[in-house]
Write a protein that binds this ligand. Structure first.
Ligand code: ATP
Ligand code: MG
Length: 479
């Protein structure tokens, strides 16, 4: 596929820490967080003028799905814009409980595991041509997805050592050695590919929902990735996966690494920072994560040398991929400790251990592991490191701010201007990734099946019609 559409969905963890009596449970906290959204949009499931979707599903994990983006830089700007939008809502939630005389603090975490051991996700979306052989592509992609965590994991401490395949009970659970793993999410994935997304969670969700012309396109929905704070890690995660997809689409020769038990191998790889523990392949041979990723990188370098770089960040992606593998091979993270989430976090935690924290089970270390993922722009640990120049940026902070209101150059632009016009006119709408409808004029609706389109004549007519109506007073921000 020459150009591709990308999207990232992120579920966040919400917590309220009371400093005096009066706890607020996560569901109530999420409800308070969404109060301004409901006031402005009359719903907890909305599309915003930047083309994104903001919603509260069943349970208590607020979710932000980026607008469909046609470049990785747009995607990262949109992803980071989601954090800013939620940070704004968090401030409003904080003000509202303080106004009620409650003392305590709301936190929102972009991670994948809560203190009770529940996992929530970060899903990647890659558009594909319908004509590619989907099940073959899925089979070939899985060994890459299983092992890429050694480059792009968000890092996770285990105060009692990693929980085994089935969580240990009682005594055993308390006696493991405190440790650090590559991935947050690896322990919570149970199968290769299926349509089940919660109970027996797969690496790839195969539900066929392209959000585009189904005759022309499909959507690869990857659900085993960690939520990343680092922009460079996101660039590598999506950029390297896109390169592998291109190679598969172009039938570039890739070795077959079909894995015997992917869920087990995911955990083995995540818990072994040396990258050398072997897992069994379907043909009975054994390989390790470094061997697989070296093989993929070599093939990717050759493919790009032949086909040419398809965007300006490709050389950086290949270089960071290589440096991440060298870091694991040499057990020296100094070459990636401002660019790769697990390494940025590990460097910080290890520096606290060197200065007196006992080990990865120490309460300060546990707190830092969590606070790394706080989206608070001033107090979130990752954000503090980034401001201090200890985490490399891809996107200028001004561009991230702009992306909270401005959609990328895709169909999101059409959706964004429709939503903005309807909101100004006070007209209720029903919107999804493909459809735009004015509730009071059901005969007028638009269907946008091409995610690359930035203009649509029907939507233009709708917007003209809305513009001619009496407009309500409107001022940004929208929530
Ligand atoms: N044609 C497309 N190809 C690939 N990705 C797309 C396309 N259209 C939209 N997307 C992206 O897909 C994601 C859809 O997010 P959404 O949370 O609605 O997920 P879903 O899988 O459809 O549903 P849910 O999360 O409710 O199960 C968004 O990030 C969006 O940018
Ligand atoms: Mg979703």
């Amino acid at each position: 596929m020459k150009k591709r559409i990308f999207g990232i969905e992120t579920e966040f963890g919400i917590t309220y820490v009371p400093s005096s009596l009066g706890p607020i449970g996560p569901e109530e906290a999420a409800r308070i967080l969404f109060k301004p959204v409901v006031e402005s949009w009359r719903s907890t499931n909305v599309f915003l003028p930047n083309g994104s979707r903001l919603y509260l599903d069943v349970g208590s994990h607020p979710e932000y799905a980026t607008a469909e983006s046609a470049t990785l830089r747009d995607l990262i700007a949109q992803d980071k814009a989601g954090e800013l939008l939620f940070a704004d809502l968090l401030n409003q939630a904080q003000d509202s409980i303080e106004a009620e005389g409650k003392e305590g603090t709301f936190y929102l975490f972009k991670n994948n595991v809560d203190s009770a051991g529940n996992s929530f996700g970060s899903h990647e979306n890659y558009m594909l041509e319908r004509r590619v052989e989907f099940s073959k592509l899925v089979r070939s992609l899985i060994p890459f997805l299983m092992t890429r965590q050694i480059m792009v994991g968000a890092g996770k401490t285990h105060p009692h050592g990693p929980e085994a395949w089935r969580p240990l009970t009682g005594q055993d659970k308390k006696h493991g050695t405190p440790s650090f793993s590559f991935s947050q999410r690896a322990d919570y994935i149970w199968e290769d590919a299926s349509t089940a997304t919660t109970r027996s969670r797969p690496l790839i969700n195969t539900r066929d929902e392209p959000h585009a012309d189904p005759n022309q396109y499909r959507r690869m929905h990857v659900i085993n990735g960690d939520s990343n704070m680092s922009e460079t890690t996101t660039l590598l995660k999506i950029g390297a996966t896109d390169i592998i997809l291109r190679m598969l689409e172009d039938h570039f020769p890739l070795e077959n690494f079909e894995i015997k038990d992917t869920a087990n191998a995911l955990r083995t790889v995540s818990h072994d920072l040396t990258g050398t523990t072997r897992f069994e392949l379907a043909d009975g041979s054994y390989k390790n994560a470094l061997e697989l990723q070296r093989n993929y990188l070599r093939a990717a370098q050759k493919y790009i040398a032949d086909a040419g770089a398809h965007h300006a960040d490709v050389p950086y992606i290949l270089d960071l991929w290589n440096r991440a593998l060298i870091a694991v091979e040499t057990q020296d993270i100094s070459g990636i400790d401002t660019e790769i989430d697990w390494a940025i976090k590990k460097k910080l935690l290890d520096s606290y251990i060197a200065r007196g924290a006992k080990d990865y089970a120490d309460s300060r270390i546990q707190q830092l592991d969590l606070a790394y993922h706080s989206i608070d722009p001033d107090r979130g640990v990752f954000n503090v490191l980034q401001k201090a120049g200890r985490a490399r940026r891809v996107i200028d902070p001004g561009a991230v701010e702009k992306a909270t209101l401005q959609p990328p150059e895709t169909r999101a632009k059409i959706r964004g201007s429709f939503i903005q016009a309807a909101h100004r006119a006070g007209e209720p709408t029903t919107v999804d990734w493909v459809h735009l409808r004015l509730n009071n004029k059901p005969q007028l609706n638009a269907v946008c099946k091409d995610p690359f389109a930035t203009e649509d004549s029907t939507v233009k007519q709708l917007i003209d019609l809305l513009g001619a109506q009496k407009t309500q007073e409107w001022m940004p921000p929208f929530i």
